[in-house]
Design a protein around this ligand. Structure first.
Ligand code: SAM
Ligand code: ZN
Length: 412
């Protein structure tokens, strides 16, 4: 296998040359994806902000994450890298030596869940466990929860995004025990379904969890949770589960008891997602500290991902796509700034959603969002009429009345 030295963060890694020249990179004989650097950058920032001492990279591959944590996070004194691919671990070992951190690293050729279950003893658990599989992390959930120290952090990647985001809803129901939605806020629903699966998996072994951070990037969803042992913690985490009812006909959305319903706004049949985690998505002080860590390390995109979560707690578990509302209303696209302003004037909270490419989170209901869009549409139309003079007013009414702002309000 031809190797290259690849730099990520301040760490140099031995990786297969083909992995940096081919998109997507091959999965065998060993796997390394340079495009997942943001995923690892956020891990470095969160573990630096968290300040734990022991880290388990439970599906380490060539050790990109584990070696980076050993090299870039000062307080971490022990990193275990686990993989059943011996060739991948050999590269991890060479990279650890290259960065002079081999002394704090161990390399374990084992099956991830068996290894994690073997570390259930109180003094054997890790302050931080990361699970980064191909596809779904459901197989590893309980093992990973069992191997995380009381109050420690567990992070998981899911690359079965099409399943979690509503393209294959039966598979989602089978794999995660929840129905997804394929709509404008499907990434958020996917993240909240993954969180709900972790909550239920933990609850059955008397472990509660609380989300620390989450993001949806490219082809994967990623969640970080704090592990809080105890039956009462498990019960209160279960209390954060619920359902979301969404009407594909008119876009009305609300929390629901879980049964398919008739839409209160238009009388058609709604779709129901869930159980989903309906509570907070970020541990704000840690996320703010992690954002600072990311900025200090020049990890700008990670800082942006973390910063986008600040302020997101307390909103309902969905977002609105303003262009989508315009299509429902059959009006031209409106200025997003005008919609935000109208909602803020009405006493609502508004921010850009951290989870979708476009969209707005607000505590306003669907009807109020519709009103704010209609008002923005009228304002846009009359502004264009004024600008273009009375003779062209009918043309002005039918043209675009505003473009989405390059930088939207609410983004931290
Ligand atoms: C997506 S890759 C990990 C990438 C790595 N975390 C990184 O950031 O570069 C998944 C890795 O998990 C390993 N793996 C998959 N299933 C496993 C299992 N059940 N036990 C141990 N290793 C496993 C594969 O060999 C592969 O190296
Ligand atoms: Zn409806």
């Amino acid at each position: 296998m031809e190797l290259s030295k690849h730099k990520e963060g301040t760490t140099r890694l031995f990786v297969p040359s083909v992995s940096v020249s081919t998109v997507p990179p091959p999965t065998s004989p060993v796997f390394f994806n340079p495009a997942a650097s943001l995923n690892r950058d956020v891990t470095v920032a969160i573990s630096a902000a968290e300040g734990g001492e022991t880290f388990c990279d439970a599906m380490a591959g060539v050790g990109a994450r584990g070696v980076r944590v050993a090299n870039e996070v000062e307080g971490v004194s022990k990193v275990a890298m686990v993989d059943f691919n011996a060739g991948a671990l050999r590269l991890a070992k060479r990279s650890a030596a290259l960065n002079r951190v081999a002394g704090k690293c161990s390399f374990v050729g084992a099956e991830t869940s068996s290894y994690l279950y073997s570390r259930f003893g109180r003094d054997q658990r890790f302050d931080y466990v990361d699970v980064d599989p191909f596809g779904t992390p459901v197989r590893q959930l309980q093992a990973a929860l069992s191997a995380t120290a009381d109050g420690g952090i567990l992070s998981l990647t899911a690359t079965d995004t099409a399943v979690l985001c509503g393209v294959h809803s039966e598979t989602c129901a089978r794999r995660y025990g929840s129905f997804p939605l394929n709509n404008a806020f499907h990434h958020e629903t996917g993240i909240r379904i993954l969180l709900a699966a972790i909550v239920r998996s933990g609850a059955s072994i008397d472990i509660g969890v609380a989300p620390v951070a989450a993001h949806s990037t490219r082809h994967y969803l990623r969640v970080y949770v704090r592990v809080l042992p105890g039956a009462s913690k498990a019960d209160s985490a279960l209390g954060g589960l619920g359902h979301v009812s969404w009407c594909p006909a008119c876009g009305e959305v609300r929390k629901s008891g879980g049964q398919a319903e008739v839409c209160a706004a238009c009388g058609r049949r709604t779709k129901v997602a869930g159980p989903v985690w309906t509570g907070a998505v970020a541990e704000e002080p840690l996320v703010a500290a992690a954002k600072k860590e990311a900025l200090g390390r020049g990890l700008a995109e990670a800082a942006e991902v973390l910063g986008s979560l600040l302020g997101a707690n307390g909103f309902p578990p969905w977002s609105f796509d303003i262009d989508g509302v315009c299509s429902e209303l059959k009006v031209s696209t409106v200025s997003e700034v005008a919609v935000y302003r109208n909602l803020l004037r009405g006493g609502h909270r508004v921010m850009r959603t951290p989870f979708e490419k476009t969209g707005m989170k607000t505590d306003a209901g669907h009807a109020e969002v519709v009103e704010a869009v209609e008002a923005a549409s009228r304002e846009g139309a009359s502004r264009e009429e004024l600008a273009s003079g009375p003779r062209s007013s009918s043309r002005a009414r039918s043209s675009r009345s505003g473009s989405p702002p390059a930088s939207r309000p609410g983004r931290s």
